[in-house]
Design a protein. Structure first.
Length: 102
């Protein structure tokens, strides 16, 4: 039995004829492709925008954002400094009057 010889021109001719037929619809296919890309992007944005974090992620962020603790001895030392010095007392009063002034 003889095997048919493979002719490289045959598939190229078929591809060429298909491309000639599709060329008429090229702009419409391009618009369809762009619309599909935009639709996919909008779908991903919507999906990622509505995603809820897991409870583990929430607890780890809550633990990371703990309120700083002020030591009681430091508070007592500041109060004693305020009571003992007139200039420090006036500095504290000035800071209370306008806390955003440096």
């Amino acid at each position: 039995m003889n095997k048919p010889k493979f002719n490289i021109g045959e598939p190229l001719e078929k591809v060429g004829s298909v491309l000639r037929q599709v060329r008429h619809y090229g702009f419409a296919l391009f618009l369809l492709f762009v619309a599909l890309i935009y639709g996919f992007v909008l779908l991903r944005i919507n999906t990622l925008g509505n995603a809820q974090p897991s409870s583990d992620a929430v607890t780890s962020q809550v633990q990371a954002a703990r309120i700083p603790h002020i030591d009681q001895p430091v508070v007592q030392q500041l109060q004693s400094l305020q009571d003992n010095s007139v200039s420090v007392k006036s500095l504290f009063n000035q800071a209370r009057a306008n806390p955003f002034q440096e």
